[in-house]
Design a binder for this molecule. Structure first.
Ligand code: SAM
Length: 249
């Protein structure tokens, strides 16, 4: 690649601030997703985003896909957000090679024919246990299957919403010893982000020693049925091992 990760990201963020669009993901999370896409670009073709909201992260993902000649698919349940994201990407000349889909991941998987296995599905839709579970099941039904999936809000908590447990769903589905690459902000005792004893005004906080997001390589074998947990040995890329070495607690 002729371009550097940092230079590209700076450019994308400048465009985003001009457009007034704001992603709910941190700069660190975006950097890590971007690095993953560039470093593993030969392991899939295309990126799927679940939960585009106002398009803040879609701009950045679409930009990366355009650079790589990848298709980009973006999904949201709400027609309003699909329209807003489409308008934003068109304004920024980033709507080429983009499929905008209104609905769920299950709907996308059953209706949209993929030519090649995507490299990555970026999951940031329903954060409730059953919703995340359904999305993981759909990831496994995708044909051809994506190489990996990223999950945002991995360790997010709201005391009013005890069922909002992205991390628990992932461990229940993939097994407690699943290899996760932790990405984005990390929440140790020194973090300035909200923790249980000092939640944000809207009530959200992060589990101590938790992670903003994770990337998991999807297994080649079909998933287990709901309620069972699966244990599979995942091979890891060099990038994966490096991430684990740096961040495992
Ligand atoms: C937290 S926001 C995503 C934020 C976005 N990734 C960003 O960086 O700005 C979650 C989005 O997922 C959508 N959503 C919620 N449940 C969904 C589902 N089951 N399928 C598809 N989209 C869903 C919501 O409409 C909302 O736009």
């Amino acid at each position: 690649m002729e371009y550097s990760i940092n230079e590209d990201l700076k450019e994308v963020r400048k465009i985003l601030s001009f457009a007034g669009a704001q992603s709910w993901t941190s700069e660190k999370y975006q950097n890590d997703i971007y690095s993953f896409i560039l470093q593993n670009q030969n392991l899939g073709v295309g990126v799927v985003e679940l939960g585009c909201y106002k398009g803040g992260l879609s701009v950045f993902l679409s930009y990366a896909c355009q650079k790589l000649g990848f298709p980009f698919y973006t999904i949201d349940l709400e027609p309003q957000f699909v329209n807003e994201t489409r308008t934003l990407l068109r304004r920024l000349d980033l709507a080429k090679n983009v499929v905008f889909f209104q609905g769920t991941l299950a709907g996308f998987v059953s209706e949209v024919k993929l030519k090649d296995p995507p490299l990555l599905v970026v999951v940031d839709g329903d954060h409730q246990y059953q919703g995340v579970f359904d999305d993981i099941r759909s990831l496994h039904q995708m044909q051809p299957r994506s190489y990996a999936a990223a999950f945002h809000d991995f360790s997010l908590r709201h005391d009013q919403m005890p069922d909002e447990r992205v991390d628990k769903t992932i461990y229940d589905f993939f097994g407690s010893d699943v290899d996760l690459a932790r990405i984005g902000e990390q929440f140790d005792i020194h973090t300035s982000h909200p923790l249980k004893e000092r939640p944000s005004p809207d009530g959200h906080y992060w589990e101590l020693n938790g992670s903003e997001g994770v990337i998991v390589k999807l297994p080649v074998k079909p998933p287990v049925k709901q309620g069972e947990s699966v244990n599979f040995a995942q091979s890891v890329t060099a990038w994966w091992r490096e991430k684990l070495r740096q961040r495992r607690i």
